[in-house]
Design a binder for this molecule. Sequence first.
Ligand SMILES: NC(=O)c1ccc[n+]([C@@H]2O[C@H](COP(=O)([O-])OP(=O)(O)OC[C@H]3O[C@@H](n4cnc5c(N)ncnc54)[C@H](OP(=O)(O)O)[C@@H]3O)[C@@H](O)[C@H]2O)c1
Length: 330
Amino acid sequence: MIYIPSSARYSKMIYNYCGRSGLKLPAISLGLWHNFGGTDNFETSRAIIRAAFDAGITHFDLANNYGTPDGSAEENFGLILKKDFKNHRDEMVISTKAGYYMWEGPYGEWGSRKYLVASLNQSLKRLQLDYVDIFYSHRPDPDTPLEETLGAIDTAIKQGKALYAGISNYPAEMTQNASRILRSLGTPCLIHQPRYSMFDRWVEKDLLNVLEHEGIGCIPFSPLAQGLLTDRYLKGIPEGSRASKPDGFLKKEQITPEIISKVKGLSLIASQRGQSLAQMAIAWLLKDPRVTSVLIGASSVEQLHNNLGALENLYFDNSELQQIEKILSE
Ligand SMILES: NC(=O)c1ccc[n+]([C@@H]2O[C@H](COP(=O)([O-])OP(=O)(O)OC[C@H]3O[C@@H](n4cnc5c(N)ncnc54)[C@H](OP(=O)(O)O)[C@@H]3O)[C@@H](O)[C@H]2O)c1
């Protein structure tokens, strides 16, 4: 069936400027880490991407190593772009990253210019694209000068293979340095992608302030703590869930009675707000104006639609925030 995007796709989504740039991102973006690879059902992946675009999600996040096997999420996304989105490339912000292990030998991971340049060329081939919108350094490399890693991203941008620079998983001080280096190259850092959710709040100490000061946008990943901050694990570990899969990054050991007890407490507050826990977890991140977009994952169209419902109630009163803090600190 030929896909015709919904004509109402821009009517409900909220778009936020990414830091002090001119680029707007949707308040909810879709990540293709799990559920879009070679071992996943292609038609389900395709349906989720279509449903996301229909709902105004314009930003799709990838990395060289996404999918099982590595690279297969980019390949699948490239095919879906070709089949369904040929006429819509200019409505999309597509990102990819390099930093984690991709190939054998000394040039297949981390932060050298050699690796980043080769990896982006490979990503563009898999995606069947001439350029990506955002190219990220996926993780800090303690053994490579920041100038080299960021210089490689700057080169990619000057060659037209990427439009904007991003960093991911960089701690606060390194982010400050990265921002200075990128600015000196004439390529300001657009965005930082850190892990951030109700269950993992390391960014609140320093990073968010650095991002605000430097005018860098923030796109938290794993906002649902890979599914923990939903109703997914309230009755055990369901078949097909991330925690049930051998290649899933959520491990059974992480689903402890303490976590489930917090999830139950948070679910009660969510239901008093007329939301699912997933919706409240997303809204809770978006209440901070320093957060540009929340980067969700989904394994079905139903989950995606549920998560989009977060946008209907982004307001928290003080008592709700206090109740949430109490549960999280117990
Ligand atoms: N930069 C980095 O280092 C880094 C690292 C990790 C992720 N990321 C990016 O962030 C994106 C999102 O990460 P994530 O997938 O961990 O995000 P997440 O939103 O925390 O978790 C997504 C998972 O939660 C479950 N879920 C989602 N919505 C649900 C709902 N409404 N009800 C019940 N369960 C629901 C699904 O699990 P099931 O599969 O069990 O259904 C889904 O696969 C990735 O795709 C990637 O783009 C970046």
